[in-house]
Write a protein that binds this ligand. Structure first.
Ligand code: NDP
Length: 248
């Protein structure tokens, strides 16, 4: 399959977890992929693994997505390296879970800056080239937490619900330019982020999932690839939950 031949995708938070699965999927389907993560070692490792299977398909970029100026520079560098950008997946995200009555100002700011402002920063970095070429796909990774709210996640749920509002506004702004903007909202997925949950929390989560199991990064990658493909050309401003039925 080469649905994404001659296309360039930027995937943030691709140093591991869901972002790595998305980047591997794009590369497997013919895209060139900019692997963005916070730490150089992680983006380099994923880029090396992809290039071993698909020579010269991936390049690593290390940046804090919350840093507006640094993100604009990465956008310019990706354009210089690959010559174009077609797809942006804003996947980088963190949690700082605690009850709202105990949440620090730092916990709030860190999560909002990374999860919400980070996505805005990358939209700004690619908006001009996408508008100029009159085609493109932006996919923002939200969460069931942004749809339902989860206890202990006031900051995270706010950031993930914020992504949905931002997506709909930008989808309206870009609709006439051939650019679609959508959200994928994962439920509980097996990654480092959920590996820290204790057995009691895991069992509690599973009890809320009709399919009674956590999903895999590949489940999210399949949904992202669909929304990034030509088949999804008439879908914009939408939220696709990939959560085993949790949020229905
Ligand atoms: P992981 O913790 O496994 O990986 C997070 C990735 O984001 C890493 O590559 C990390 O970089 C990168 N990242 C974090 N902060 C920054 C930053 N400031 N700048 C640049 N990169 C950063 O997370 P998941 O794969 O589990 O989650 C991916 C996305 O999916 C997140 O947005 C998360 O909120 C969302 N999600 C996850 C769910 C789950 O159950 N796992 C459920 C619902 C949504 P590095 O590798 O360098 O540290």
């Amino acid at each position: 399959m080469s649905r994404f031949a001659n296309q360039v995708a930027i995937v943030t938070g691709a140093g591991r977890g869901i972002g790595e699965a998305i980047a591997r999927r794009f590369a497997a389907e013919g895209a060139k992929v900019a692997i963005v993560s916070r730490t150089e070692a992680n983006s380099q490792k994923v880029a090396d693994a992809i290039n071993a299977e698909h020579p010269e398909a991936a390049r690593p970029y290390a940046v804090d997505v919350a840093d507006f100026e640094a993100v604009q520079k990465v956008g310019e560098q990706v354009l210089a390296d690959f010559g174009r950008v077609d797809i942006l997946v804003n996947n980088a995200g963190i949690t700082r879970d605690t009850l709202a009555m105990r949440m620090s100002s730092d916990d709030w700011d860190a999560v909002l800056s990374t999860n919400l402002k980070g996505a805005f920063n990358f939209v700004r970095a690619v908006a001009r080239p996408l508008v100029k070429q009159r085609s493109g796909r932006i996919i923002n990774i939200s969460s069931v937490s942004g749809l339902m709210g989860l206890a202990g996640q006031a900051n995270y749920a706010a950031s993930k619900a914020g992504l949905i509002g931002m997506t709909k506004s930008i989808a309206r702004e870009f609709a006439s330019r051939g650019i679609t903007v959508n959200v994928v909202a994962p439920g509980f997925i097996e990654t480092d982020m959920t590996a820290v949950l204790n057995e009691e929390v895991r069992k509690g989560a599973q009890a809320q999932i009709p399919q009674a199991r956590f999903g895999a990064g590949d489940d999210i990658a399949a949904a992202v690839a669909f929304l990034a493909s030509g088949e999804a050309a008439y879908i914009t401003g939408q939220v696709l939950a990939v959560d085993g039925g949790m949020s229905m």
